[in-house]
Design a binder for this molecule. Structure first.
Ligand code: CP
Length: 308
């Protein structure tokens, strides 16, 4: 089975039925990771390149594990040890990788739109593993899979996304995804962290966290990007945490069966307290587990491997 598109560049481009196809395919791949021998021959002989211009733990590792569990050859290129540090451009990097005939390139880049440029330079499928402040589609897909597993549906749920919406590619992809699947999406944060016109994406905007999480089925906390702390977006980390950090006290206002997501890496004690991050409502490690299945599904649907 194949999806009728060359690349996965963002959730904005995907139709509802394509998202549903990816999620159901991911569900079917989950059991592979539970086997003693965690390998299927689906992509034997295929070559997948992970090209990461930014740091990553979860995304890079799970794309690599997904490729290996499908018997593909996975090659990781860390930009800090590549010829990019000698000044090689993205175009030249793409053309040189293309000359080695890969079957798929996964790219994370600090510039919004870099995966779109790469997709025009290479014949093989390109998967966006996070581009600047634009999109992180595989993260949103694993988030949707985690919520769907928990509630059995996404339609009709209330999803509150809290934090630095302005700089969050995770937030953008999730707003597109959850609204396409019929959820009510709320975003909450300081006015300095809220993109102008965000409500045009179909979400409700809150500047008070307590109002946003009231009646929510899902609370998605975003990483506060400490590297931007000097940009004057908020007075102090402590002040930010008091207003938009999730702790046990704020959680008292939420629904009794609420679930908590966080894409990671977590700043413990800042956007989320340790007891909440590790507590009974947290699905943070389920998200990580589902990341492998979602990435297997993306490879399968783009590369058209055979199921044996
Ligand atoms: N969620 C996520 O993108 O984490 P990494 O930066 O570790 O890949």
């Amino acid at each position: 089975m194949k999806i009728k598109r060359k690349d996965i560049l963002g959730i904005e481009d995907l139709a509802k039925d394509e998202i549903e196809l990816i999620l159901s395919t991911a569900e079917s791949f989950k059991e592979v990771s539970e086997r003693e021998i965690k390998k299927v021959p689906t992509l034997r002989g295929r070559t997948i390149i992970n090209l990461f211009y930014e740091a990553s733990t979860r995304t890079r590792t799970s794309f690599e594990i997904a490729a290996k569990r499908m018997s593909a050859d996975a090659v990781n290129i860390s930009v800090s040890s590549s010829s990019v540090v000698k000044g090689e451009t993205l175009r030249d990097t793409a053309k040189n990788l293309e000359a080695m005939n890969p079957d798929c390139i996964v790219i994370r880049h600090f510039s919004s739109g870099a995966p779109h440029i790469l997709s025009k330079l290479v014949k093989c499928p390109v998967i966006n593993a996070g581009d600047g402040t634009h999109e992180h589609p595989s993260q949103a897909l694993l988030d949707m899979l985690t919520v769907k597993e928990k509630f059995g549906r996404i339609e009709g749920l209330k999803v509150a996304i809290i934090g630095d919406i302005l700089h969050s590619r995770v937030a953008r992809s999730n707003i597109y995804g959850f609204t396409k699947l019929g959820a009510e999406v709320r975003v909450a944060g300081l006015p300095t962290m809220m993109p102008y016109g965000i409500e045009n994406m179909g979400c409700r905007v809150f500047y008070n966290m307590e109002d946003a999480i009231k009646d929510a089925d899902v609370i998605m906390m975003l990483r506060i990007q400490l590297e931007r702390q000097n940009a004057g977006l908020f007075p102090t980390v402590r002040e930010y945490s008091r207003l938009f950090g999730l702790d046990a006290k704020k959680l008292e206002r939420a629904k009794k069966d609420v679930v908590i997501l966080h894409p990671g890496p977590v700043n413990r004690g800042i956007e989320i307290s340790s007891d909440v991050a590790d507590g009974k409502y947290s699905l943070i490690l389920d998200q990580v587990k589902n990341g492998v299945a979602v990435r297997m599904a993306l490879f399968y649907l783009l590369l058209g491997g055979s199921r044996e």
